[in-house]
Structures are given as structure tokens and as C-alpha cells.
Design a protein around this ligand. Structure first.
Ligand code: TYD
Length: 207
């Protein structure tokens, strides 16, 4: 099973994923945690180029192509082999981030970015996607408080950019209602984890 977590900055998805892994392993599942952009040495190198605060000149199509390239390499080296080996692969961000950030907020268009990603992924969609939905004002305030997390090039975008990311994510949840579960990320970490765990167990039982 291939599960992805999506959401705006400071939505708390990364913390939740780590705790979810522990719970699932207690239940006897084999779980692999990974993230995008990154997750393999080549993809991590691409990540550094994309997120470097110095790269203010990066064109938006270049940005979209780099995310897709990192994604492709990560699928080949990590996601596909581990799903095949029977693990639950949980990925912190995937294709929907490109649709929301590059397609929506950067204005490249969802369908154009989807088309490019169909080439990169050969049509690999997650079995399940959790969208951590939060007002970007609240999310960005959380990041500002949490000094452990480094600010990257995309965090530096204006509030309107992050509002557009949120709006696009929510439209994607409507477009793919079977795949998406929307989580209210303004709740406490315990509450969000419970909501995710319950929804996931329901799906795992059906499998
Ligand atoms: P990261 O530090 O991993 O952020 P977070 O902890 O919020 O997941 O940085 C990833 C950044 O890249 C984040 O701002 C979202 C952005 N992004 C895209 O714009 N497009 C994509 O396809 C992906 C995967 C991420």
C-alpha cells in the first residue's frame, strides 16, 4: 500500500507520520517512511537545488520539472520496490504537492502539471492520501515558533500563495474523493493522529 500525506506548511503532518509508524508497527505492519522531494541520494541532491534560498531566479517550469525528476528517481529506487515487498510505504508529500504548489499557486495549471507528472510516475497514484488542512496563517505561525525546522524557499512565499495552495488541495480532495481523507489539522497532535489511524485501519481491513 502506498500512502501519502499532503498539506500546507506547518500542518503537523511530519510529526503525525512518525507517530503513525510506531502505532502501525505495534500492530505488526512493516512500514517504510520516506519524503519528497528527497528520499534517495539523487533526489536529495535535487531537493537541495530546489529549496536553496539563493535560487531566487528559478523559473516555475524548471521548479515543476525538478520536483517531477526527484519524484521519478524516488519511485524507482524506493517506493516501487518497497510496495512490491509488501510494506506500507508512507510518503511525506507526493504528486498532489506539485498540483497544489506548481499547478495552483504558481499558476502553471493543474492539468499541465498532472500531464508532466504522468510521464514521470507512469500513472502511479497513491492508494490513500491524507490532506492536513489548516489555515496558512496558523500553519506559518507554528513554523515561526518551531526553530528546529529550517525555513526554505517556498516558506518565504506570501500568504496569498499559501492560501492558493490550500484552496487547490481542497479542490483535489473533491476531484479524487475516494483517494483523499481530509484531516482538520488545527486540532491537537493526538486528535489528528487518532483520526488518521482510524481512517487507515478501516482501509486496511478492506484490503
Ligand atoms: P519541506 O521542508 O519538506 O516542507 P514540509 O515540511 O512542509 O513538507 O519542503 C518541501 C517544500 O516543497 C514545501 O514547501 C512544499 C514544496 N513542494 C512543492 O512545491 N512541490 C512538490 O511537488 C513537492 C513534493 C513539494
Amino acid at each position: 500500500m502506498f500512502i501519502t500525506f499532503e498539506g500546507g506548511e506547518g500542518s503537523g503532518k511530519t510529526t503525525c507520520i512518525k507517530r503513525l509508524k510506531t502505532r502501525l508497527e505495534k500492530d505488526g505492519y512493516r512500514v517504510l517512511l520516506t519524503r519528497e522531494p528527497g528520499g534517495t541520494p539523487i533526489s536529495e541532491e535535487i531537493r537541495n537545488v530546489i529549496l536553496d534560498k539563493k535560487n531566487t531566479k528559478m523559473d516555475k517550469r524548471t521548479e515543476a520539472l525538478l520536483y517531477a525528476a526527484a519524484r521519478r528517481q524516488h519511485l524507482v529506487e524506493k517506493v516501487w520496490p518497497n510496495v512490491k515487498a509488501g510494506k506500507i510505504v508512507i510518503c511525506d508529500r507526493y504528486l498532489d504537492s506539485s498540483l497544489a504548489y506548481q499547478g495552483g499557486a504558481r499558476g502553471l495549471g493543474i492539468d499541465a502539471v498532472l500531464k508532466m507528472n504522468m510521464f514521470a510516475t507512469e500513472g502511479t497514484f497513491p492508494d490513500l492520501t491524507f490532506l492536513f488542512d489548516i489555515d496558512p496563517k496558523l500553519g506559518l505561525a507554528r513554523i515561526a515558533k518551531n526553530q528546529a525546522r529550517e525555513v526554505n524557499r517556498l516558506d518565504l512565499e506570501k500568504l496569498t500563495f499559501h492560501r492558493s495552495v490550500r484552496k487547490t488541495f481542497l479542490s483535489l480532495a473533491k476531484r479524487y474523493p475516494k483517494r483523499f481523507v481530509v484531516i482538520d489539522a488545527s486540532k491537537t497532535p493526538d486528535e489528528t493522529l487518532d483520526a488518521v489511524y482510524k481512517a487507515l485501519k478501516k482501509r486496511l481491513k478492506k484490503k
